[in-house]
Design a binder for this molecule. Sequence first.
Ligand code: AKB
Length: 314
Amino acid sequence: MNILVVGAGGQIGTELIPHLQSLYGEDNVIAADLKKESVDKLGAISRSITLDALDINSYRDAIVNYKIDRIYNLVALLSATGEKNPKLAWDINMGALLNSLELAKEFNCSVFTPSSIGAFGHSTPHDNTPQDTIMRPNTIYGVCKVSGELLSDYYYSRFGVDTRSVRFPGIISNGALPGGGTTDYAVEVFYEILQKGEYTSPIPENTYMDMLYMPDALIACTKLMDCDPSKLIHRNSFNVTAMSFSPKELFDAIKKRVPNAIFKYEIDPVKEAISASWPNSLDDSCAREEWGWNPKWNLENMVDDMLNAISKKI
Ligand code: AKB
């Protein structure tokens, strides 16, 4: 199996590459990113190429040259950044997806493109949000995610392209930093507390959002793609979650371990509005039943591991 990861230089890609290598072999994973500096960094851990996923001809060349069977399309402008330039967010998020799907159709590849809790909106039931429910997001990121889910299902039902994906909540990790997301606070706080002893949250203290720790997120990416497709009732995209907490609960858990830590709030109105429109907690029972989703990390063991890993890193 030869795998191409596009948008590999971001928070998920930099950790997905070694995870894929451990499962499918080092030489079978190709990391592609638009930015030369990201490609240079990825070059230290894998075969890597510079690729603009919006340029279908170079994207096609990469698929042909490396005989690609599976695509992880991680190209995305996230929720908060998307609001600064909605047209750019649409062009990038949908352009990379459409090219991935077209090439998957041409070369018989399977495709994983993450969706997000951003696909939900104010009118979605916020507690224990069902798999199949009202999806009327009011961010451009969410509009792209719902459109992406529909388009991926369309390519499956119309052309038989093997598309599968999950709705990622916030992903907490200690490798590459996230950027431009609404859930980024749950990563930033660890660096700021360990470096400066103080963190100012842009998200109100009682706003709940779902989260996953990176090791579970990586398993979601591969377990779904490797599962027996005859068991799948859904495809794009599965609710997945491992924990749901508010900033206050996360900061209390950190304070238990770093008693001098100081937390303040300076609310960012854009992130406040986005986070208020997203679910408080997801129902991920379809993922559990259809392909055995079973996350291992919770708030307590994640906070221990993050503090430990980031202390070592800095
Ligand atoms: C964001 O906050 O935009 C992302 C997401 C939940 O999709 N982390």
